[in-house]
Design a protein around this ligand. Structure first.
Ligand code: RRO
Length: 303
């Protein structure tokens, strides 16, 4: 019988479609609503140690082939965010909730991860990949040595699976190998691509921060390349992310080597039931192809 589930870093996802960080992951009610739409897991909005306002408006723009954002890591700080998580855990107890964190060095990352662990999250996702926040995200994750140092420090400070969310770098496989060596339990590939838009009438960059992160259908080929190259090098599981809008997109990522998928912009394009729609489309294609489990397809494009 056809079933749509997957195990990643000891966590069971059914379906293996996970709300990507940054989309509806900031409050208990928005996370609860996302689960009702059919997600099998959630990654929270990235949280830091202290509250942070984020970048100036405009922070988001729709393009022909995707979205560009420069939110700038706005968040309430981990102490207040833990209250949101407490409320969420009163409403759900059977779905993996992954806490995303960002910090500027390995010590802060370790401190933050330990604080997040107290909230009851089931795993930690390290934001090593936000493309437009000076001193954070990709500024750290593009360097294999720094990425490894952060993973090592976090792994030693928590008893939870640690997932490293990587930037869509040319050398992503090298970064992935470094974080695997440092003890990462899984890789999330990829975050948004550093990009910009210019308004012709005002003759100025559109976003308040000038540069932002490009997501949505246009980045799928880049995300796929990153998963494919990473799968060739590492043994730990990979969660694919980037422009997954349909069940066919999701299966492409699985064939490239992903064991589960994170979904963000599809909520914008297909509504809050996007994960249910994508699951159904995946199962329809799998049924046509005579495939019973996702496992049969993981990495098959490499054979
Ligand atoms: O908050 C953001 O602007 C943001 C983050 Br933390 C990230 O990881 N990726 C992104 O595109 N935007």
């Amino acid at each position: 019988m056809l079933t749509l589930h997957s195990k990643v870093a000891g966590l069971h996802f059914e379906p293996p479609l996970i709300l990507a960080s940054g989309i509806l992951g900031q409050t208990s009610s928005s996370m609860f609503i996302s689960l009702k739409g059919g997600f099998g897991g959630i990654v929270t909005k990235s949280t830091g140690l202290e509250p942070r306002e984020g970048h100036q408006n405009p922070t988001m723009l729709e393009l022909d082939t995707g979205l560009i954002n420069a939110m700038g890591l706005p968040n309430q700080g981990v102490d207040i965010f833990k209250e949101e998580l407490k409320e969420l855990f009163q409403m759900v107890d059977d779905v993996p909730i992954i806490g995303s964190i960002f910090a500027s060095d390995e010590e802060q990352f370790a401190q933050l991860a330990a604080s997040m662990e107290e909230s009851g999250v089931h795993a930690i996702e390290l934001n090593l990949s936000c493309p437009h926040a000076k001193g954070y995200g990709a500024a750290l994750g593009n360097d294999p040595e720094m990425a490894g140092t952060i993973v090592l420090n976090v792994s030693e400070s928590v008893n939870l699976p640690v997932l490293a969310k990587l930037p869509p770098a040319d050398n992503i496989a090298e970064i992935a190998l470094a974080v695997q060596g440092a003890g990462a339990d899984g890789i999330v590939a990829v975050n948004t691509l550093k990009a910009m838009a210019i308004d012709v009438e005002t003759r100025k960059p559109f976003l308040g921060n000038k540069v932002g992160g490009y997501s949505g259908p246009g980045i799928k080929p880049v995300g796929l390349r990153c998963v494919y190259e990473t799968y060739s090098e590492v043994d730990i599981p990979i969660i694919g992310c980037g422009g997954i809008n349909t069940g066919r997109d999701a299966l492409e990522y699985v064939l490239a080597g992903a064991s589960a998928l994170e979904i963000g912009s599809a909520i914008y394009y297909r509504g809050k039931k996007a994960p249910s729609k994508i699951s159904n489309e995946m199962m329809e294609i799998m049924a046509q192809e005579g495939i019973d489990t996702l496992e049969e397809l993981i990495g098959v494009a490499h054979d």
